[in-house]
Write a protein that binds this ligand. Structure first.
Ligand code: DGL
Length: 376
């Protein structure tokens, strides 16, 4: 990748303030208190423009429809990242950006190999002193899995923001341009450092750990059960909460040391679920099965034996819930101690799958695995 060529490290004003021993932000507030409340879009970039790499992976934000009224039926992953960036000229006022196309796919096509490739490239870029932050354009369908994976494995406190859109750029009311602008603002803001991998859409900043897609077509689809971390509005990045669980620098997982992720399958529970789905997962080499169970991880009477049989073959069994939120209580619906099973904390099945895959690179002891599930 080419190096950034245009750095506006310090404006004359900032240089003078620094020379005078003043913090630029504080001094600006002292000099012009009124401006702080009506901060223009470029306010946070006045001291210096951040250098942001925007990695394109596809999704609706790179999508195009046949007509402007096609808001939900269109082709995703067709517009190159450089073209998306060029369509939002306002971005250049807040950051020096560079595009890099790593994939051009719908996010449903992410798999372990692609996840690792993306993570390793992000890690490589974060190590460059001339890169201040990363924005990843991504399909919304699996944004929550990628963001959780990066949140757990990147070893940097520089901001990494994953962004998508629900409508293609060709649609009436397209949301991608503002989402991308907001994502660059968040990635450029020093306040975003040390907060783990973030997801920005629809004026909100979410932690990659909590966020999930909750609606198939609405722009207001992303939700975190405990609320977003903050807002992006009028060019301002506003944080109100901090992630409580360990992330990035604080975890035992390191993207640079991961070459392969163990196979973890999800078996979805429903009335009349076929026990053969458990056997199929075992035959396909699953090292763990996340059972997306009903309610508080309840398991149908005809499913207990197949799951116990899988455990007897060495496969880890994780009880999760298909309800969409809440924690699964150990030894409540099922005797986990007796069966040597594990429960999720509040991780949705698809997030538990990511965490279990990482956890299995560290240990195969179910007690240790349980601790990991409760920690992250
Ligand atoms: N299939 C989808 C994906 O790439 C398009 C949906 C979207 O990005 O909003 O995840």
């Amino acid at each position: 990748m080419k190096r950034f060529t245009r750095f506006t490290r310090l404006t004359t004003l900032s240089a003078l303030l620094l020379a005078a021993g003043l913090n630029a932000g504080t001094a600006q507030a002292q000099l012009a208190p009124a401006a702080a409340t009506t901060a223009p879009a470029s306010a946070q970039s006045e001291a210096r423009k951040a250098n942001i790499v925007i990695i394109g992976t596809g999704g609706t934000i790179a999508g195009a429809g046949a007509s402007a009224t096609n808001t939900a039926a269109y082709q995703s992953a067709v517009v190159p990242v450089d073209k998306i960036i060029a369509s939002v000229p306002e971005i250049s006022k807040v950051a020096n950006v560079k595009g890099e196309q790593i994939f051009q796919i719908g996010s449903e096509s992410f798999n372990n190999e692609r996840l690792l490739k993306l993570g390793k490239r992000v890690s490589e870029l974060l190590k460059q002193p001339d890169v201040d932050g990363i924005v990843i354009t991504h399909g919304t369908d699996t944004i929550e899995e990628t963001a959780y994976f990066l949140n757990l494995t990147l070893k940097s406190d520089k901001p990494v923001v994953v962004v998508g859109s629900m409508r293609p750029g060709t649609a009436l009311g397209a949301d991608g341009a503002l989402n991308l602008y907001d994502a660059v603002l968040v990635a450029s803001n020093p306040d975003s450092r040390g907060k783990g991998t973030l997801v920005v859409l629809n004026d909100e900043i979410h932690t990659g750990r909590d966020v999930t897609k909750s609606n198939t077509f609405k722009t207001e689809t992303f939700r975190s059960p405990f609320g977003p971390l903050g807002y992006v509005v009028e060019g301002r990045t506003l944080f109100f909460r901090l992630p409580a669980r360990p992330h990035t620098m604080q975890t035992e997982f390191d993207i640079d040391k991961l070459d392969k992720l163990p196979e973890v399958a999800i078996v979805y529970a429903y009335g009349n679920v076929n026990p053969a789905s458990v056997d199929a997962a075992v035959k396909n080499g699953a090292k763990a099965i996340v059972f997306a169970a009903t309610g508080n991880g309840s398991v149908g009477d005809y499913m207990v034996e197949p799951l116990k049989a899988a455990r007897a073959k060495g496969v880890q069994i994780v009880r999760a819930s298909r309800t969409g939120s809440g924690v699964v209580i150990r030894n409540a619906e099922q005797p986990d101690d007796k069966y040597d099973w594990i429960v999720t904390d509040d991780q949705l099945p698809q997030k538990a799958r990511i965490l279990m895959a990482l956890a299995l690179t560290k240990t195969n002891d179910p007690k240790e695995l349980q601790k990991i599930l409760w920690k992250y």
